[in-house]
Ligand binder design. Structure first.
Ligand code: SAH
Length: 218
């Protein structure tokens, strides 16, 4: 694996992506420095590597997409809210880029993916990149991971019309879920849990692939 990369996958290209994210309003410098350190081109097919630092979502096979750098930065910033995270759950591992970012922002990351072969590839990739503080699970993320709960952050990288109670219950008091809500029209949404209950905030319009229940084995 070419960790450093050349030309469109070089450190300089990655730094330009960080500058762009900053100019577009990402203010959390911790998130920016983490994204500046992770070789995003190693998370897409080689044929697409030269486009890895553009601000676009790219195909990662199995009909799925790697979220754009802006989306990853924005969701990470919202989840972190300027404080270190302890235990985080990600639903929709995909190529593992967001997982790798979260692994540097939290002590421990659990990530669930429903497509078995996609997760197998991602598992190998994250192992090679020596991302260690993660647990990857092949399962239906809508059920969460009751055995590992409560989480201080949950991030969902596929769109849903609502968050099931089973997931809400796995949120620690003081924790939050960041996810895209909707169907045709989608918005980023944050649900925060306090001792009073749950409060929801609707943010900017976004575009994600849908959450699907059940798992794909082959
Ligand atoms: N963060 C990923 C996003 C991938 S797209 C990346 O940047 O690569 C969304 C992912 O969610 C897909 O891999 C899809 O298979 C997965 N997904 C959809 N429904 C799911 C579910 N119920 N449980 C777990 N993963 C799910």
């Amino acid at each position: 694996m070419h960790l450093s990369g050349i030309g469109m996958t070089s450190h300089r290209t990655r730094m330009r992506m960080i500058e762009r994210l900053r100019a577009q309003g990402i203010t959390d410098e911790v998130v920016l420095s983490v994204m500046g350190a992770i070789p995003r081109h190693l998370f897409v097919e080689e044929a697409l590597a030269s486009r890895a630092y553009e601000d676009v979502a790219l195909p990662i096979n199995y009909g799925q997409t790697i979220s754009s750098p802006w989306m990853v930065a924005r969701m990470s910033e919202l989840l972190r809210a300027n404080s270190a995270l302890n235990k985080v759950l990600e639903i929709g591992t995909g190529c593992g880029y967001q997982t790798a970012v979260l692994a540097r922002l939290a002590k421990l990351v659990y990530s669930i993916e429903r497509i078995g072969p996609l997760l197998t590839k991602t598992r190998i990739r994250l192992h090679k990149l020596q991302v260690r503080n993660i647990h990857l699970k092949h399962a239906d993320g809508l059920l969460g991971l009751p055995d590992a709960a409560p989480f201080d952050g949950i991030i969902m990288t596929a769109v849903t019309t609502h968050i099931p109670d089973t997931l809400l219950e796995q949120l620690a008091v003081g924790g939050k879920i960041v996810f895209p809500r909707g169907s045709q029209k989608q918005n980023l949404c944050i649900i925060e849990r306090s001792s009073q209950g749950y409060a929801e905030k609707i943010l900017e319009e976004v575009n994600f692939v849908p959450i699907i229940s059940g798992v794909v084995k082959k």
